[in-house]
Design a protein around this ligand. Structure first.
Ligand code: CDP
Length: 806
């Protein structure tokens, strides 16, 4: 067949494949209010659940009286731990190998803990029922400081574990201790520290914060007593894992459970774990025989489901006097709250924190992490983060600055001296990772040039002079950050959650007319999967992306996968998509060869067709091949054109980036202005540059919030001080900086299309850039370390403590 109408380039463009800034196909629905979120789900006879929550951070629950609540019109049931106990559901396993009360079993361990579940005909009656439940508490001493929690006479928080010296991750040293996790060579690191020219030492705190997605967590549980099938709609970032966990803890056979994640309004790690609301809704649906909906309000969300960070990181970094780093030592106290509900792969109780040597060639390192119970909410989730990599990046990027101060060196130069060199990849880090690929020097040079780093330093020097001369009250900070990420968990041999290996999957079916449907084990929460994954298939198979439907989130139809978090979708499910496409392509090649009456090896793929080698005018388009797959009897080839791939990645991917923030700080008010924010990302092969840019804008804005004001704070009584959006800082368009984005491309050598993840990079990389800008502004006046968030009063206080207020 001849094709004189379109050139190769036009045919390629027509596909809207990889590299195309294709507009997000999802947005047509979302921008017209046609999304279908959990709270949009309405079912006949649906009931509503709401929680009675503890006002105390630590107290004994001496009695619960349901009478008054049950007397309220519309209230159908009130569940307590006593009701769940006969089913063995008053406690549930956490993803971290601990267990957590579903409803308060004799005591409460944090303010906002779930005490009773009220089920009613509508959410208003449920709310009235919550008010009417009478609970008597006997308050107990509260511990919110993880260091005090480890003192010998600290109150015992987890009485259920009293006397238990072994935890899920080895020995427990104290009644409030969870685990110790060690990596690296302690003796060698001590040796380096004791003989080094220079050792810089600092405590770096990454404060407690929260993913705070716009849509809170929620579910609708519907038990069909006739078929015995449970359908669970929910805001799940890992629907298949939730199905397996529900089956294991409820004993409902897995094929009798359908879990569906509809549209999700942002996840950021908040929607990975299993929460009391899910268990109670399922039980309430079984008990009442009706569908039960539970949706958190904003206060519930900020108080009880999934905090992030809260790591106290004590670092020592050793170097020669010329600035070559020789060793790194880090000890972390991780505040896990009342239950260890961190969402990490099983073998990594501190997540991937051992990426804390960062982008630097540090020959010797040692890390130990102690997890601690306190009277705060459980969680420890990866808030737009690959399992504690955000804390690790912040730690090393602060330690580099602290070392630069000690050496009296420019910190851009200190980074350059110590970067892992291009030729050292694949690079084996001292704390156990094999970085797949990188070209840090090129990225750094590009970034410094883009912002005219030399000119910025000259301007800053002048500003300091002017400040000292009383000509200005504003200081200027240049915040540098170079981060290496670790995303795409992960090889099944290393990474599992509750024993479920962290592979992912894609199934593709080509219809007879040449359009297609693809289903993945991941689930988009706004990242544009339906747009980008279709682009991979388009380039791999030669079918236009516009002709491909993408489905995720329904466990009855999608292949098993471990879901979307930790920027694993592109590294793992993206690879599965390419591999499934290649299976289809291999079969298409056989069909094309048969139709063209040549040997399989005598045809070659050309954008959207197979053509005879050396005779490109003889070809069969993918559309023709698809039709033939369904209408011709081809010897030795099964009818149909579909494939599935379950992809177990050989390694994680290591995206990286260079971020630079230029900030003005008013010494008298503590206010800041972001003058420039430059973000260079390298995520290997770029599938959709426009989505990548959007991811960078979103992630960097979250990073800005975290660094400059957002926190989950408690008072000494364990009262939550930031449980509303009046107190928990979320930037609006007014505060959000303007971003200048840039990129380099260093493909991953082991990923089928060379792609690395990118979603969380801007959160990981931007926090140190913002924070370093604040520190840098005050460096000339003696500031070494000041904890985030750098809100106005904390910045004012730095200036005050440095004596800059006269
Ligand atoms: O797992 P999650 O979807 O949160 O993160 P990701 O794998 O980093 O991908 C986020 C989005 O960025 C994807 O849906 C793609 O649209 C885009 N992306 C891309 O176009 N090229 C890459 N190399 C990586 C991500």
């Amino acid at each position: 067949m001849k094709d004189e109408v379109t050139s190769t380039e036009e045919r390629r463009e027509n596909l809207k494949g990889m590299g195309c800034a294709r507009k997000r196909v999802e947005d047509v629905r979302f921008t017209q209010g046609k999304g279908n979120y959990v709270d949009d789900i309405k079912m006949d006879g649906m009931l509503f659940g709401d929680f009675v929550r503890s006002p105390y951070a630590h107290a004994r629950v001496t009695s619960i009286n349901k009478e008054a609540a049950l007397a309220i019109p519309g209230v159908v049931a009130v569940l307590t731990a006593e009701d769940l106990a006969p089913l063995g559901l008053h406690w549930m396993p956490t993803l971290a190998g601990d267990k957590q009360m579903v409803l308060a079993d004799g005591k409460v361990l944090f303010q906002g803990q779930e005490v009773a579940f009220v089920v009613a005909n509508d959410r208003y009656a449920a709310s009235d029922g919550v008010e009417a439940v009478e609970v008597d508490y006997e308050d107990l001493p509260v511990v919110t400081d993880p260091f005090k929690a480890l003192e010998p006479d600290a109150p015992v928080l987890r009485e259920d574990l009293e006397g238990q010296t072994e935890g899920a991750h080895g020995p427990r040293k104290h009644h409030n201790h969870i685990f110790t996790w060690e990596q690296g060579d302690e003796a060698a690191t001590e040796q380096v520290m004791s003989t080094a020219d220079v050792v810089a030492e600092e405590m770096v705190y990454y404060h407690r914060t929260h993913p705070n997605p716009l849509e809170t967590c929620g579910c609708v549980a519907s038990m069909d007593k006739v078929t015995g099938k449970l359908t669970l709609y929910g805001t799940f970032q890992a629907p298949h894992a939730i199905r397996t966990i529900v089956s294991l803890i409820s004993s409902i056979p897995e094929h009798k459970i359908r879990v569906v994640s509809p549209d999700i309004g942002g996840g950021f790690g908040n929607k990975v774990g299993a929460y009391s609301g899910y268990v109670c809704s399922v039980v309430a649906s079984i008990v009442t025989g009706k569908p039960v909906k539970w949706v958190e309000d904003k206060m519930d969300n900020l108080m009880s489901t999934a905090f992030a960070r809260d790591y106290w990181m004590k670092g020592k970094i050793a170097a020669t006097k010329e600035g070559k780093i020789t060793g790194l030592h880090c000890h972390v106290i991780g505040d896990h709250g009342g239950f260890d509900a961190c969402a990490d792969p099983t073998k990594f109780p501190a997540g991937f924190f051992n990426i804390c040597t960062g982008s630097y060639d540090i020959p010797t390192a040692y890390l130990s992490v102690d997890g601690v119970y306190t009277n705060k909410a459980p969680g420890g989730v990866a808030y737009r983060c690959s399992f504690r990599v955000t804390e690790a990046a912040y730690f090393i990027e602060r330690m580099i600055e602290v070392l630069a101060i000690k050496l009296d060196m420019d910190s851009a130069e200190l980074r350059r001296i110590n970067f892992i060199k291009k030729e050292q990849f694949p690079y084996q880090s001292a704390l156990g990772w094999e970085y797949d690929s990188g070209d840090y020097h090129t990225a750094w040079d590009k970034a410094l040039e883009a912002v005219d780093y030399k000119a910025l330093r000259a301007e800053q020097a002048q500003r300091i002079e002017d400040f000292k001369a009383g000509k200005t009250r504003k200081l200027m900070g240049v915040g540098l950050s170079f981060f290496t990420e670790i995303v795409g968990a992960g090889p099944v041999k290393n990474c599992d959650i509750l024993g479920l290996g962290m592979f992912d999957s894609c199934e593709i079916r080509i219809h007879p007319t040449g359009s297609a449907i693809a289903r993945l084990g991941t689930i988009s929460q706004g990242q544009g999967h339906a747009t980008a994954f279709a682009q991979i298939i388009a380039s791999e198979i030669g079918i236009p992306a516009d002709d491909i439907t993408l489905e995720e989130g329904d466990t009855d139809t999608a292949p098993y996968g471990l879901g979307t978090y930790g920027s694993r979708s592109m590294p793992v499910a993206g690879a599965a998509t390419a591999m499934a496409s290649r299976k289809i392509k291999a079969k298409a090649q056989m069909i094309a060869a048969y139709l063209l009456e040549v040997h399989d090896d005598d045809v070659e793929f050309d954008v959207d067709r197979f053509a005879v080698k050396g005779n490109p005018e003889r070809f069969k388009t993918m559309k023709e091949i698809a039709f033939a797959a369904y209408n011709q009897a081809i010897p030795g080839v099964e009818p149909g054109l579909e494939a599935v791939s379950y992809y177990d990645p050989p390694n994680m991917t290591y995206p990286f980036g260079a971020y630079i923030c230029v900030m003005e700080l008013d010494v008298d008010t503590g206010e800041h202005e972001i003058r420039k924010f430059y973000a260079l990302d390298d995520c290997g092969t770029r599938v959709n540059p426009m989505i990548i840019e959007g991811q960078v804008h979103g992630g960097a804005t979250e990073g800005y919030a975290i660094a400059m004001g957002q926190e989950i704070a408690y008072d000494e009584m364990g009262n939550h001080k930031t449980a509303t959006l009046m107190d928990f800082f979320v930037p609006t368009a007014m505060e959000t900086p303007t971003y200048q984005t840039d990129f380099t491309v260093t493909p991953s050598p082991h990923h089928p299309i060379g792609a690395k993840g990118v979603g969380e990079s801007p959160n990981v990389g931007s926090v140190p850039a913002f924070s370093n800008a604040v520190h840098d502004a005050f460096r000339a006046f003696g500031l070494v370390q000041s904890h985030m968030p750098h809100d106005h009063w904390r910045v004012w206080r730095i200036a005050d403590e440095l004596g800059l207020h006269g």
